[in-house]
Design a protein around this ligand. Structure first.
Ligand code: BDR
Ligand code: CA
Length: 307
């Protein structure tokens, strides 16, 4: 089994990533840390706790992390995820509160306590990871891999920047420059995994409560993607990080250098993905380029049927 920490900002796709992870026999979720991103930190943390109740992750620590990016002004994404960050389904108030420990301290503690290297799955802005690396640089040795959702060769929040990287470019730079083995699920690959009407129909045919909630999450997510981007389906970005950990054979990746623009007049938060090795900069990431789309949805349906 692979030990993982999920650092997230639920978020429809973050929530579905948790739902997929919770039933994987090959994954052990050590902790869930939250960050401000899709919505303010209290909201993303409440959402994480609600999803934990839904999938019986009630023993897993949930810690509230950074409420603001490292240096920039916070901006959230209600146009995509609704005001709560997880609009759509009705979900009961959480059965417990978040931990008193800051998310970045939970990351440090869990890494230090683990006898085996741990994989971190960041699916929001990278603020908590950057804070943890700044406070305790020695944790690098305990990280097996970072499998993150962010960036791409094009943008969705600005013409060139993806939301998670754009929201905290200074934090992203810290992570990409850290030397830790990093796998990047950017927009190039996440846009291949779109929850279309057919996919949502398939989910709705699965007769259990979790699948019903996922159907509602996807229906809401699809409607905002239609409205904002005129997409036919909602890309389930964050879910790919979990899928990669359990079924890497579904993914084609390329070893590249990725640099993060922190200064540009128009381009802050852009990831410069050197697909053709033109910069001469050292490889620092595996970048997702191809997905077995059918295999991916099979994995998802199989997981939902377990509930
Ligand atoms: C990313 O931004 C958020 O809206 C999603 O949860 C995902 O992590 C996609 O750009
Ligand atoms: Ca997210």
């Amino acid at each position: 089994t692979r030990k993982i920490i999920m650092d997230c900002d639920p978020g429809h796709d973050d929530a579905i990533a948790m739902i997929l992870a919770a039933v994987q026999p090959d994954l052990e979720i050590l902790g869930i840390t939250t960050v401000s991103g899709n919505a303010e930190i209290e909201k993303t943390t409440m959402n994480a706790l609600k999803v934990c109740d839904l999938v019986s992750l009630t023993d897993v620590v949930v810690s509230k992390g950074a409420s603001e990016p490292l240096v920039r002004i916070r901006e959230t994404a209600p146009g995509i995820h609704g005001d709560s960050g997880l609009d759509g389904p009705e979900m009961p108030e959480p059965s417990r509160s978040w931990s008193k420990e800051h998310g970045s301290d939970t990351i440090i503690r869990l890494l230090k306590e683990s006898d085996e290297p741990v994989t971190i799955l960041p699916t929001g802005p990278l603020t908590n990871i950057a804070l943890a690396l700044t406070k305790a640089p020695e944790i690098k040795d305990n990280i097996e891999e970072i499998v993150l959702m962010g960036g791409g060769t094009f943008g969705n929040w600005t013409p060139t920047a993806e939301f998670n990287i754009w929201a905290d470019p200074e934090a992203a730079k810290k992570v990409f420059d850290s030397g830790i083995p990093t796998v990047v699920m950017g927009l190039d690959i996440t846009h291949q995994a779109q929850a279309t009407e057919e996919v949502i129909d398939q989910v709705n045919k699965i007769d259990n409560h979790v699948a019903k909630i996922v159907g509602e999450l996807l229906a809401f997510f699809r409607s905002t993607y239609k409205e904002m981007f005129d997409f036919d389906g909602a890309p389930v970005h964050d879910v790919l990080t979990v899928a990669y950990c359990v079924a890497p054979e579904l993914f084609e990746t390329k070893d590249v250098n990725i640099a993060v623009e922190t200064k540009g007049e128009f381009t802050a938060g852009t990831t410069l993905i050197d697909l053709h090795g033109v910069t001469g900069r050292k490889v620092n990431a595996k970048f997702g380029i191809g997905l077995d789309v059918e295999g991916f949805w099979k994995l998802m349906m199989k997981a939902l049927k377990k509930y």
